[in-house]
Design a protein around this ligand. Structure first.
Ligand code: ADP
Ligand code: MG
Length: 254
């Protein structure tokens, strides 16, 4: 790997919390305009991988890593790395919707304002486009000033997706984005993810095999911190190579 072939490349990544070795020699990549699912049982390191790709573990005192991660050719842990710029390249959506305690509109304009956009017309355009991309515009366009925490759970999560898209990042990381939602809201967001991949590089963390199979083009199966299998989702679904993968997708583990 040299950082140049794929949108995101991960090479020989090891991570630790204290002396607990979490991710073990992970090498994989994430293609543009593609959904890659990272699946595996609870505790196998899925969130750690996602957070390492976004440098969100940096603040955790006993976190250590070894290896390389490139995003759009930039070594994000290199000495020249621009962590502030990384925030514009990578949007993140978490398991529990976490709207800021402010209006729908202010949730969306927060990032663009922080990154220097102050023109009111431009901000309004960003609000409309981001909410449209997140399939929420029609439901909230008449109530942009209402408090975001008053939205339903599914709407809050779509708002968080819109907020992540507001600075137009090429990469979207989603950590179990529907597991706290009802089935109807969840399926709306699955459809949305499939639609968004036309424009973005999406990594979807999920412990739900069926969801990974429905939504993703490629899949990584993590088990106890090891990357057991990494390939086209259809190949893994039809003919898993490793018995641990087979056990996971048939529901015998996880
Ligand atoms: P997953 O998302 O697959 O459920 P995680 O990446 O959250 O797994 O966790 C992987 C392992 O790392 C677990 O054993 C978990 O307890 C541990 N871990 C996660 N975050 C921390 C932390 N901040 N400090 C110490 N251990 C952690
Ligand atoms: Mg997790």
């Amino acid at each position: 790997m040299n950082g140049k072939d794929y949108k995101i490349e991960v090479e020989n990544l090891d991570t630790w919390f204290g002396n607990k070795h979490i991710l073990k020699d992970i090498t994989c990549y994430f293609e543009d305009k593609c959904v890659t699912a990272v699946m595996g049982p609870s505790g196998c390191g899925k969130s750690t991988l996602l957070r390492t790709i976004n440098r969100l573990n940096d603040m955790i005192g006993d976190f250590r890593m070894r290896g390389k991660i490139w995003i759009e050719g930039e070594n994000i842990y290199g000495s020249q790395a621009d962590v502030y710029g990384l925030r514009k390249k990578v949007g993140m959506v978490f398991q529990r919707p976490n709207p800021f305690p402010m209006s729908v509109k202010d949730n969306i304009t927060y990032g663009p304002k922080l990154h220097g956009t102050s023109d009111e017309d431009e901000l309004e355009e960003i609000v409309e486009q981001s909410l449209k991309k997140a399939a929420l515009w029609d439901e909230v366009k008449d109530n942009l000033g209402h408090p975001a925490p008053n939205l339903s759970g599914g709407q809050q999560q779509r708002l968080c997706i819109a907020r992540a898209l507001s600075v137009n990042p090429p990469v979207l990381l989603m950590d179990e984005p529907v597991s706290s939602l009802d089935p109807l809201s969840a399926s709306k967001i699955e459809d949305l993810i499939i639609n968004l991949k036309k424009e973005y590089t999406i990594i979807l963390v999920t412990h739900n095999v069926q969801q990974a199979f429905r939504v993703s083009d490629r899949a990584a199966f993590l088990y106890l911190g090891e990357l057991v299998e990494f390939d086209k989702t259809s190949r893994i679904a039809e003919a898993p190579e490793d018995e641990r993968t087979e056990a996971f997708i048939t529901g015998r583990i996880g």
